[in-house]
Design a protein around this ligand. Structure first.
Ligand code: SF4
Ligand code: SF4
Length: 280
């Protein structure tokens, strides 16, 4: 079963939820696809560490072979290759690595070059517990390629948790593609509700099954519960804010190892989402 944990904005407790659900399960793999700002690794200390680069191709034009016919520029939907009068300009960051410009270049002037866009870090946390996170290189604009790599290498995992990027960008869409269930982590505040609505719209458009965990449930107001009720969205669990939780998290510790309350919350969520489908 593949489960994505996502939120409308950063700071809602999405990573706390991801690492604690992962820690609660006896057998699971967690991938952190929030590649612009990964932080699950601050809580999960593993062994057998392995680092690998993630690469993306971009076109390189041989000026001498090019006859400036313009075909590559006409083909590219992303304005990543623009034939000017005496030079074909390539904008690497805009290139989606589709391979099309090379196919339409009858002069054979286009070849492709690899560029590292980020890295993956694999580790083992315990027996049957794997953790992989991605990190986008500074200066790169899109983490989608890294997310696709994370999804590809974990596609056969029996129980997969995905710590998704916040918001509703194309990175989030890439992270939730093909999952069985999504857990939205939200706060009961006006901003929290507004951001959550956008995630709900995205998940409905993608025809995803989902439920909501309300974090810091003792703060804010009741609007979020009214919304969930009106929209017939399952409230999976309410988790209170507690200063003690904040201090435990600040030390990089896993909450379920220090709070029976939090452990029980994870147990309830797992039961509702996975039923008998898990090994706790
Ligand atoms: S399609 Fe090939 S020959 Fe034509 S402008 Fe582009 S690189 Fe040059
Ligand atoms: S590979 Fe595709 S996206 Fe990149 S420049 Fe060529 S046509 Fe455009």
């Amino acid at each position: 079963m593949k489960i994505a944990i996502l939120s409308g904005k950063g700071g809602t407790g999405k990573t706390t939820l991801s690492v604690n659900l992962f820690s609660f399960l006896k057998k699971a793999t967690l991938i952190d696809t929030d590649v612009e700002e990964p932080n699950s690794h601050l809580f999960l200390k593993g062994y057998d560490l392995l680092e690998e680069g993630v690469y993306k191709k971009h076109p390189v034009v041989d000026d001498e072979a090019c006859d400036y016919c313009g075909a590559c520029g006409n083909f590219c939907n992303f304005n990543a290759i623009i034939p000017a009068k005496k030079k074909v300009l390539v904008f690497q960051d805009l290139c989606h690595d589709c391979g099309g410009c090379k196919l339409v270049c009858e002069s054979g002037a286009i070849s492709y070059k690899d560029k590292e866009v980020g890295k993956l870090y694999h580790s083992t946390i315990a027996k049957n517990k794997k953790f992989i996170y991605g990190n986008l290189n500074v200066g790169e604009v899109s983490g989608v390629r890294i997310i696709e790599s994370l999804k590809e290498i974990s596609k056969n995992e029996e129980i997969l948790l995905i710590d998704s990027p916040p918001g509703t960008s194309c990175s989030t869409v890439a992270a939730i593609e093909g999952v069985d269930y999504c857990i939205i982590c939200a706060e009961p505040t006006p901003f929290g509700l507004s951001d959550m609505r956008m995630v709900v719209e995205l998940l409905r458009a993608q025809k995803q099954n989902f439920g909501v965990v309300v974090n810091k449930s003792n703060l804010g107001n009741d609007d979020i519960y009214q919304y969930l009720d009106e929209e017939n969205i399952e409230l999976l669990e309410k988790i209170k804010f507690d200063r003690e939780f904040a201090s435990i998290l600040a030390e990089g510790k896993i909450l379920i190892n220090h709070s029976e309350y939090f452990r029980n919350k994870m147990k309830n969520i797992v039961k509702k989402v996975m039923g008998d489908n898990c090994d706790q």
